[in-house]
Design a protein around this ligand. Structure first.
Ligand SMILES: *Cc1c(COP(=O)(O)O)cnc(C)c1O
Length: 400
């Protein structure tokens, strides 16, 4: 009754650019969320990995409240006492010399693309307006016009042209095809180390390392979009670390704020990010003291609560338990750390109805790409909670 009221309001007054599950969440704590009728659910989406630290983490909440009482926004016209510490701590954690803070993930992707183009003209000496950036099929990097210009997903592009030129698409997970498309004008290659939105697509071992080598040999920047795969999700700080790859630029967002606030950043060393000069780029809210304070604490929680190690351990446990489910609907279970996809056979009739059924048992997961159920709970999850969830997941996959 009450739930229906909120759904009707949303459908009537809001643009229909999402197709949410019909659960109206009123409260979250740790791995759990509660709907307006008090029913409890295990969050296995974590807001697309923005909630690695869990819902309403008490440490981040405390910092947010304290900082909000001091100063929230200065704009970059003035300096503030949080941003420099955020820069320093981010550098110490990630090993990159510099960073550039933005708000949404898409903005950070746009930032990295601009920096790559500037690097191409200023350092590589690509002729004016000729820079090319190579991306992969199945990519998801956000929703701006330039970013959807190189999407291979029809629904993301339809009716939104004309598109931004300068991008070349190659098949994901094919380093030879990528190498063939490099020209003297190639500025950068941008990839997700694991394609989350495409359905948790994990490239073959050695792919990222080979791509990084190809980039190095050809004087091309390698940009890793770790907005979803980074900050511990896959059991390493960055998914590229599984292959000992350090991208020339790494893009982060989502869990950088633990779900409290939009915070994103581009990481790179000084010869690259140092190319930007005053006036080249900016954002009113990017690097504001509230964002910086929240992100500082969100990063400390990841390290001090050993969430990266927990993602590796619990990810393996979750994956093994899922693999034991002998359902006729399952085509494949794949994952790294706590980014796990269960791909269903086409005969299963799509993942949506399984997500609806999971919701009714108290587990929130979302279909991605029609046939894949993504399981990506907060990285604070423990064995007992996985043991609580597994019979319900098995039940849905067996009987639906
Ligand atoms: C979510 C996501 C983005 C876009 O982030 P927004 O904050 O939604 O703009 C970009 N790249 C990847 C890999 C993502 O998962």
């Amino acid at each position: 009754m009450q739930t229906q009221y909120y759904i009707e309001l949303e459908e009537k007054f809001g643009a229909h650019n999402y197709h949410p599950l019909d659960v109206v969440i009123a409260r979250g704590q740790g791995v759990w969320v509660y709907d307006i009728e008090g029913k409890k659910y295990l969050d296995c989406l974590s807001a697309y990995s923005a909630l690695n630290q869990g819902h309403v983490h008490p440490r981040i909440l405390k910092v947010m409240i304290e900082q909000a009482q001091k100063v929230t926004l200065t704009s970059r016209a003035f300096r503030n006492d949080q941003l420099p510490l955020f820069y320093k701590e981010l550098s110490e954690l990630t090993g990159y010399e510099m960073s550039l803070p933005m708000n949404s993930g898409a903005e950070a992707v746009e930032t990295a693309l601009k920096v790559a183009r500037k690097w191409a003209y200023n350092v590589k000496k690509v002729p004016k307006d000729q820079a090319e950036i190579i991306v992969a099929s199945g990519n998801f990097h956000g929703r701006t016009i330039s970013i959807i210009s190189f999407s291979t997903e029809q629904a993301y592009r339809e009716n939104f042209g004309p598109f931004t030129p300068g991008f070349t698409i190659v098949p994901y997970n094919d380093d030879q095809a990528l190498e063939k498309k490099i020209t003297p004008n190639t500025a950068a290659v941008m990839l997700e180390p694991i394609q989350g939105e495409a359905g948790v697509i994990i490239p073959k071992p050695g792919y990222l390392k080979r791509v990084a080598e190809i980039c190095k040999q050809n004087n091309v920047l390698f940009i890793a979009d770790e907005i979803q795969s980074g900050l511990g999700r896959t059991g390493k700080l960055f998914a590229c670390h599984h292959e000992d790859v350090k991208a020339d630029m790494t893009i982060i967002g989502k869990a950088l704020s633990g779900g409290f606030y939009p915070v994103s950043a581009v990481l790179a060393d000084t010869p690259i990010l140092g190319l930007l000069k005053p006036g080249d780029h900016g954002s009113t809210f990017g690097g504001n003291p509230l964002a910086a304070a929240i992100a500082r604490e969100a990063l400390k929680v990841i390290v001090e609560e050993r969430l990266i190690e927990n993602a590796a351990n619990m990810g393996e446990y979750f994956y093994e338990r899922l693999s034991e489910i002998n359902s006729p609907h399952i085509k494949e279970v794949r994952g790294k750390g706590l980014l796990i996809g269960v791909e269903l056979k086409p005969s299963a009739g799509g993942a949506r109805r399984f997500c609806e059924a999971l919701k009714n048992t108290g587990i929130l997961a979302k279909e991605t790409h029609e046939h894949v159920i993504r399981f990506a709970p907060p990285l604070i999850i423990d064995r007992a909670t996985i043991d609580w969830a597994m019979p319900k997941i098995r039940d849905v996959l067996m009987t639906e």
